[in-house]
Write a protein that binds this ligand. Structure first.
Ligand SMILES: [Zn+2]
Length: 64
């Protein structure tokens, strides 16, 4: 019966790690709004420097 408790503990630890990584991934996402054409650009990890639609340079302001 004790081995079952260990399995449940490992399972819960994996779920917690998955939630942690998901939260970090969401927080590193940034949504930019192009000042020229209003297109919303979502970047993960990398920062957007130019609009994908019209090529206008983007400022660093973003909204979550
Ligand atoms: Zn644009």
């Amino acid at each position: 019966m004790a081995i079952l408790i260990v399995y449940v503990g490992v399972f819960l630890a994996i779920i917690l790690l998955a939630i942690l990584f998901y939260t970090l991934a969401v927080q590193s996402r940034k949504n930019y709004t192009c000042p020229a054409c209003g297109e919303r650009i979502q970047m993960e990890h990398l920062e957007a420097s130019h609009c994908n639609m019209c090529g206008a340079p983007l400022d660093r302001a973003y909204t979550d």
